[in-house]
Design a binder for this molecule. Structure first.
Ligand SMILES: Nc1ncnc2c1ncn2[C@@H]1O[C@H](COP(=O)(O)OP(=O)(O)O)[C@@H](O)[C@H]1O
Ligand SMILES: [Mg+2]
Length: 367
């Protein structure tokens, strides 16, 4: 019964999500999980991603490698499990740049795997995305490979992740998995809260702030006019599209004068854009929506989503034994395990790749 660790750092730049997982055939058990927050200064450096110079990127790559290794070590301490019992670490790394549509398609995840392997002694699988790019794909999304393996055999269901960006995979026994980014996840809400609190708060804890304000439905319509929402899948996006300028364009000085209303509105809009994207682009009759990611803790967001998707039930992935914020780390633990076993861990039609590959580069563990 192989044990694997998954390490993930997402677009929110909130920290490292880590999970220790036991896989047995098509079932899994999460033994421990934790998110180690980044210090503010590091989160700010990571957000500057594409603007960093080579010496800074090089240093950040090693520094993050150390942090990933510490996150893995802390996880093992929590689980009272010695490193030698773990057969692989799947490390997604932190995406500094993703440019699948550039003249030379490229993608860059940092968090040096050699450091993680050296500190822990455990083999590390990292650099999942470049292989998909090399095979002609967009380099994303990769989590559907996990979704299909663990949820693909049931009725038609959507797996909705609420990270910085929100993405969905639709799976089911009678259909071919499809996946796309619906648009903003936590990113607009985080941005407004960070503005309101002058950086003292990073997110709207439990959605309390959003509940104090009034939703402006005209602003919701304006936000919805963004062309991204009309593009049919497959499609993916990043924080670049849903940034301060996007919010400023619609709210202008209200961001300063009535921040609670702006927060209430972007929270509603986030749920609205998910539900409307389903209506437009998912032709299947869904039996359930399984949500994951840090956004599950935002109760205001979840109650909007539940209402807007009714009568489809919206349930947290915790019901399936996976802690919400650990979903993507669990997925990368699985993808790494497959790579280590020399087995395909890739659904090429969800990324546009020409053939099914074994994604990831393997760094050996202790000699
Ligand atoms: N208690 C909470 N209440 C509301 N939102 C939360 C809470 N905890 C985490 N979040 C949200 O979840 C985000 C992190 O989610 P995560 O799934 O790690 O996203 P990513 O993959 O983009 O890093 C935070 O930035 C925050 O917006
Ligand atoms: Mg995160």
């Amino acid at each position: 019964m192989p044990l694997a660790i998954g390490l993930m750092s997402g677009t929110s730049c909130d920290g490292i999500s880590a999970a220790l997982v036991r896989f047995r055939g098509r079932t899994l058990r999460v033994l421990t999980e934790r998110t180690t927050p980044y210090p503010d200064t590091l989160a700010r450096r990571l957000r500057r991603g594409p603007l960093l110079l080579a010496p800074e990127i090089s240093a950040l790559n090693m520094e993050l490698g150390e942090r990933f290794a510490k996150a893995a070590a802390a996880l093992l301490r929590d689980a009272h499990t010695p490193a030698r019992r773990v057969c692989v670490i799947g490390s997604h790394g932190h995406t500094l740049y993703h440019g699948p549509g550039d003249p030379t398609p490229s993608t860059l995840q940092i968090g040096e795997p050699a450091v993680i392997a050296q500190r822990t002694g455990i083999p590390v699988v990292a650099s999942f995305r470049p292989r998909d790019l090399a095979a002609g794909g967009e380099g994303a999304p990769l989590v559907p490979g996990f979704d299909e393996a663990f949820f693909g055999d049931g009725p038609a269901r959507a797996l909705q992740n609420l990270g910085g960006i929100a993405n969905v995979t639709v799976v089911g026994r009678t259909l071919r998995a499809c996946a796309f980014d619906t648009g903003p996840g936590n990113c607009l809400m985080d941005l407004v809260v960070q503005r309101m609190s002058r950086g003292r708060a990073r997110f709207d804890a439990n959605g309390h702030g959003a509940r104090q304000g009034r939703v402006d439905h005209r602003a919701v319509e304006q936000l919805w006019r963004h062309p991204y929402f009309r593009r049919p899948p497959p499609k993916s996006t990043g924080r670049e599209l849903f940034d301060e300028e996007f919010v400023q364009r619609v709210f202008g000085s209200r961001l300063r004068r009535a921040p609670q209303d702006v927060l209430a509105t972007v929270t509603y809009f986030t749920a609205f854009s998910i539900a409307e994207s389903y209506r437009r682009f998912i032709p299947h009759r869904l039996r359930e929506v399984i949500v994951s990611g840090g956004g599950v803790r935002n109760r205001t967001l979840m109650s909007h989503l539940t209402r807007l998707l009714r009568p489809i039930p919206v349930r947290s992935i915790e019901r399936y034994g996976i802690p919400a914020q650990a979903k993507e780390s669990v997925a990368f633990a699985f993808l790494a395990l497959r790579a280590r076993q020399g087995r395909v861990n890739h659904l090429p039609h969800t990324t546009g790749a020409r053939e099914a590959c074994i994604l990831g580069a393997i760094t050996p563990g202790r000699a």
